[in-house]
Design a protein around this ligand. Structure first.
Ligand SMILES: NC(=O)c1ccc[n+]([C@@H]2O[C@H](COP(=O)([O-])OP(=O)(O)OC[C@H]3O[C@@H](n4cnc5c(N)ncnc54)[C@H](OP(=O)(O)O)[C@@H]3O)[C@@H](O)[C@H]2O)c1
Length: 390
């Protein structure tokens, strides 16, 4: 399995293993430069810290920046303003504006302030931006973004487990659709409850870690809610997407599935197999619901519940993430949980479960609009990540 996931042999998985270490003192990060959106090895430019925009970090600050597990050591002199993507009205991706001077969020007692190093996009980001969840949304203007990874630069008074300098990752919104944060992760800084974060897996760089939280938590919660367990079979609809690519891996590597089947279009069948699918079904050629074989669980990430219920064994479960629900299907909305990430960290650190990054990314912060346009085609492979963030 290991060999299938190298960038040399697999067209869809691009682990970035570069480590960039600055000299530890008198230097401040100025910018990451991204030669193209097909970035594999990010480069950084460093200059003496007193040239930084606004001179807000002191020369005594120590910044070590890497795509792996180096540490950012922080200062008490944080800036008061930051760059962020913002929308003031609901609409298509053109409502997104990059602003230079927005207030850095204040931390509440149970929160930490994270210097964002990478973020990932999820369909919920654009559905929210389109106004589909208006009734339960936080007020506009909105800084979008659920998934984050970065370094803790400040802790609230009630924070017990995290400290400045910790590298963390998580989904900043406990309930995806209920009052999600007005100031999300597509910014230089974001304030997050400690309980929604976990320490970043040591072997993953920031791009890889950013790709995981919401998707892996959804994959895991759905499998748990379905009562999935060792020896059971599963059919994953949409196996090449952000959630589906992780459902396949968790079902096999964490839950001990006896058989994993998954659907995709023709060009992604090899990816499904490399992720652990025993049976890869080309939905352009076969109707999964007409196959004689039935499954203990069908996990529908596409919105095909009416067909999905025809592929489940009597007494089995159909997990539904989107679209109309036909019994016995059930739909749930993910709850962000740092504890779940911490539980999954050993599987990530051992390499049994791997991030799947779309080969068109990562997209630099300045290209967020392009990144959304791409995600919104519905053809993304694994996750669309935004990196670097200034
Ligand atoms: N309820 C929740 O808590 C929750 C949580 C997370 C996500 N969601 C929802 O779940 C859905 C999936 O999310 P995601 O992040 O996985 O999306 P995504 O990454 O954008 O999914 C893209 C993938 O879907 C595949 N796909 C599209 N139509 C397909 C079909 N008919 N059959 C098989 N595969 C198909 C595409 O593969 P092909 O190009 O091969 O078609 C593509 O690789 C979204 O609607 C999202 O909003 C809900």
């Amino acid at each position: 399995m290991e060999a299938l996931f190298t960038s040399q042999s697999h067209p869809f998985f691009f682990p970035t293993t570069s480590t960039i270490t600055t000299k530890p003192s008198y230097l401040t990060l100025i910018s990451f430069s991204t030669p193209s959106t097909h970035l594999r090895t990010p480069t950084i430019t460093i200059k003496p810290s007193n040239t930084r925009r606004g001179g807000r970090l002191r020369t005594s600050d120590v910044l070590k920046v890497s795509q792996t597990s180096e540490t950012l050591v922080t200062s008490s002199s944080l800036p008061s303003k930051m760059k962020a993507w913002v929308y003031e009205e609901y609409g298509d991706e053109q409502v997104l504006k990059l602003v230079d001077e927005i207030d850095v969020p204040q931390v509440k007692d149970d929160q930490v302030l994270v210097k964002v190093f990478a973020a990932a996009l999820n369909p919920v980001d654009f559905k929210r931006r389109l106004g589909k969840f208006k009734a339960t949304d936080s007020p506009l203007p909105t800084v979008p973004g659920y998934d984050v990874t970065g370094v803790v630069v400040k802790v609230g008074s009630q924070v017990k487990g995290l400290k400045e300098g910790d590298e963390v990752y998580g989904d900043v919104n406990e309930k995806a659709l209920e009052n999600p944060k007005q100031f999300g992760s597509l910014a230089e800084y974001t304030a997050v409850e400690e309980k929604l974060l976990a320490v970043k897996p040591k072997n993953l760089n920031f791009t890889e870690a950013a790709s995981l939280p919401l998707a892996i938590e959804t994959a895991y919660e759905g499998l748990e809610r379905a009562g999935f367990s060792a020896g059971k079979s599963i059919l994953v609809l949409g196996g090449a997407g952000g959630v589906g690519s992780l459902v396949i891996q968790l079902a096999k590597q964490v839950f001990g599935a006896s058989k994993v089947a998954a659907t995709s279009s023709t060009g992604k069948l090899e990816l499904l197999k490399s992720l652990g699918a025993d049976l890869a079904i080309d939905y352009t050629k076969e109707n999964f619901e007409d196959l004689p074989e039935k499954f203990d669980v069908v996990y529908d990430t596409v919105g095909q519940c009416e067909k999905a219920v025809k592929a489940v064994k009597e007494g089995g479960s159909v997990v539904v993430l989107t679209g109309a629900v036909t019994p016995p299907g059930f739909r749930f909305v993910v709850t962000s949980d740092g504890g779940a990430l911490a539980k999954l960290n050993p599987y990530l650190e051992s390499g049994k479960v791997k991030p799947v990054l779309d080969p068109n990314g990562p997209f630099p912060f300045s290209q967020l609009v392009q990144a959304f346009s791409y995600l919104e085609t519905g053809r993304a492979i694994g996750k669309v990540v935004i990196f670097p963030i200034p």
